[in-house]
Design a protein around this ligand. Structure first.
Ligand code: ATP
Ligand code: MG
Length: 390
């Protein structure tokens, strides 16, 4: 067993010794079976939240009304959730009631896909009630139970299906796919933030081009912000040379494929409820991508781009199949005399001391000096700059 599970063993043991059932569940069990990196270990138990809390020293009430308590043990934290079913799905969204149940089976039945519905006990035995092991072997995403019913309960699962296809390089089982084709419009009921999180995970997953094709084929793409009627433009995505690995690159490619004018990027990014930082990055990447597609950037343009944007722009060009001299650009960037304005040996105060009147003119002079330094015409040295100005 991987170290993360061994470290969590005493937590299961404590629950079992107190007379409760306890299992590892969800994505982590799937990921051990696939030998993928495991990031968090979830535990399901027959114990009620109050009982869980009484058994461990350090706990946090993460979502106690949903039955989840976080236990801090060793250097790790574990989400321990009481076996439950969900009911009262209103408006095709998350349930508003959870009912605690006394058996594992009920808990596993509420899970989205067969490969996410395994449980593993302390002895490392896998409980597989829905033939998830076969689906893992055949690399398919299949809904637990009747897919139509499951997508009607919670429409986000349709996005999760294409997200897992991308992350795991799996295909979509036929009936599960057909149910998405039949119900894609239910996605409109889901909050944009939740759709966006799955969309981004799909976009930077290792097989995002295949998953994106299914996102288009099932018409899920018609029910997300700003993509309605845009499937032809987006159909280029599955034919890209590579899949993006960075979120900002992914969004930039989407903006470029949609031919969004630069002054409209922030509107669309905002419709998707992206953070200001992400909106900023994407605007910068697309702006500089346009520059790079037009001409070899000047040193000053490289300076303005900065290292991070430069790497994203190179990434985007690479993915879109645009020839780009990436090594030369990175070398040129590394050779810039300054990387930040603060690295100039002079500043506004220095210019005032030299007798230049404060005001817009001073800003212009400062910018001119900066440009001259960056392009190598002027040494970044106080004496040299003074001479230059006189
Ligand atoms: P990741 O590696 O991205 O964390 P995960 O499979 O752990 O993948 P989570 O979103 O962390 O996914 O959810 C944990 C588990 O909870 C899932 O494996 C699944 O069993 C269940 N689950 C999560 N979201 C849903 C949902 N919308 N409907 C049904 N079951 C869900
Ligand atoms: Mg998880």
């Amino acid at each position: 067993l991987p170290k993360v599970f061994q470290a969590a063993m005493p937590v299961l043991e404590t629950l079992e010794n107190a007379g409760f059932e306890a299992y590892f569940v969800g994505g982590s069990v799937r990921d051990i079976l696939l030998k993928r990196h495991i990031h968090d270990v979830d535990i399901a138990t027959s114990a009620y939240p109050e009982e869980v809390k009484s058994l461990f020293e350090k706990t946090i009430d993460t979502g106690i009304q949903h039955g989840t308590v976080t236990v801090l043990y060793g250097n790790e934290s574990y989400e321990i959730t009481t076996f439950r079913t969900e009911s009262g799905y209103q408006d095709y969204r998350r349930p508003d009631h959870v009912t605690f149940v006394q058996n594992l089976e009920e808990d596993l039945k509420r899970r989205d896909f067969t490969i996410n519905a395994f449980a593993m006990n302390m002895r490392g035995e896998i409980i597989d009630l829905f033939d998830g092991l076969d689906d893992l072997k055949n690399r398919v995403i299949r809904a637990v139970g009747d897919p139509e019913k499951r997508f009607n309960e919670d429409a986000l699962r349709m996005m999760r299906a294409v997200r897992f296809m991308s992350q795991l390089k799996f295909t979509l089982e036929e009936k599960t796919e057909q149910a998405i084709v039949d119900h894609h419009e239910l996605l409109r009921k889901i909050s944009v933030e939740r759709v966006r999180d799955e969309f981004v995970k799909m976009g930077i997953g290792s097989d995002s081009r295949q998953a994106f094709q299914v996102f288009l084929d099932t018409k899920l793409s018609e029910d997300v912000p700003d993509f309605e009627g845009k499937s032809e433009l987006l159909s280029v995505y599955p034919k890209l040379k590579f899949s993006p690995t960075m979120e900002a690159s992914f969004w930039s490619i989407i903006m470029i494929l949609l031919k969004v004018p630069n002054n409209q990027i922030s509107k669309i990014m905002r419709d998707w409820k992206n953070s200001n930082a992400m909106i900023d990055s994407v605007e910068r990447i697309v702006d500089f991508f346009d520059i790079l597609s037009d001409h070899a950037p000047t040193d000053y343009e490289l300076f303005q781009m900065g290292k991070e944007t430069l790497l994203n722009v190179i990434d985007v060009a690479h993915i879109l199949g645009q020839p780009v001299e990436s090594k030369a650009l990175v070398d040129r960037y590394a050779a810039l005399p300054i990387k930040k304005s603060s690295e100039l040996t002079i500043d506004g105060r220095f210019l005032i001391k030299m007798g230049i009147t404060p005001g817009p003119n001073l800003g212009k002079i400062l910018e001119e000096i900066k440009k001259a330094v960056i392009s190598g015409q002027l040494e970044n040295d106080q004496v040299a700059i003074e001479n230059y100005l006189n």
